[in-house]
Design a protein around this ligand. Structure first.
Ligand code: MN
Length: 282
């Protein structure tokens, strides 16, 4: 099932080019007291999906093209992210940093993961508001994992049991000497969308084609099978350090082909089995 957040925080089921409003079911499910941490809707997703399956056939829909798409998750407790998780991208970044005094570890196992601020999160319709236009800002298209249940010290073999679903993530990045978490946490630099696809529709997240075009020109086009750390390994690795909560979104890293973006650009991102989204840069 594809679930989108849209307009003024409505929840919808995406079917083809239509959206079926299920906000009232979401509100019902979320009404019972919630102490968190994490996102109450994602935490109660199994009950919500059961309600939706019985109700949706009797509901009216609206055109998907007419709604404003928000991040599919409203309240993640954190946005963990993998640096340099595709070999060809590592080589590419070595070239970029060859003339830079900033030296970074190239190995995710050594450097670990980083966190993007939840305040940087937006949906595709909100667009990206660039800052520091005198410096290089890059697009990074990534598969994003939405955690469904609280978990800690998860073994790889069990990792997918804790996944609620997937969406597309754009890890927009200001290049420069500051810490990654600072440069990648600028407001609107974490785009999630266009909707969440529940995990049952993606049995193998480690074989998904992903790509992004800037103004119609393909810049990144790769497959998640080329990730250094797989989806399962990233859940094991991150949860070895901190508890993951429902609604936490893991950015899995970007393949080769990152390039600068500027105000006025149109980013078109697509991940197999999830869908496609257009995001405007301002
Ligand atoms: Mn990234």
């Amino acid at each position: 099932m594809k679930l989108c957040r849209y307009d003024a925080d409505r929840l919808g089921v995406v079917q083809g080019d239509q959206v079926i409003d299920v906000s009232d079911l979401r509100d019902e499910i979320a009404a019972a007291p919630w102490t968190g941490p994490g996102d109450v809707v994602i935490a109660r997703l199994p009950q919500l999906l059961a309600r939706i399956k019985s109700e949706v056939p009797n509901r009216r829909d609206v055109a998907l093209s007419g709604v404003k798409l928000l991040s599919p998750v409203k309240s993640p407790s954190k946005l963990p992210a993998a640096p340099t998780n595709y070999r060809a991208h590592i080589a590419e970044m070595q070239k970029v940093s060859a003339n830079s005094p900033v030296k970074r570890s190239q190995d995710i196992g050594t450097s670990g993961m980083f966190l993007k601020a939840t305040s940087s999160m937006v949906g595709p319709s909100e667009g990206i508001q660039l800052r520091f236009l005198d410096r290089r800002n890059d697009h990074e298209v990534e598969l994003a994992i939405i955690i469904g249940r609280t978990c800690n010290a998860v073994a790889q073999a069990d990792a997918l049991d804790y996944v609620a679903g997937y969406c597309i993530g754009l890890d927009i990045t200001l290049r420069g000497p500051e810490d990654r978490s600072f440069r990648k946490s600028i407001d609107s630099y974490s785009v999630l969308g266009p909707w969440m696809v529940t995990a049952d529709e993606i049995p193998d997240p480690d074989s998904l084609q992903l790509k992004i075009a800037v103004n119609g020109e393909i810049k990144q086009n790769a497959n998640t099978r080329d990730m250094v750390y797989s989806v399962r390994r990233l859940i094991e690795f991150s949860s070895a350090f901190y508890t993951l909560h429902p609604g936490d979104v893991i950015f899995t890293g970007t393949p080769e082909g990152v390039s600068p973006i500027r105000p006025g650009d149109l980013l078109s991102a697509e991940v197999e089995r999830i869908g496609a989204m257009d995001v405007r840069v301002r």
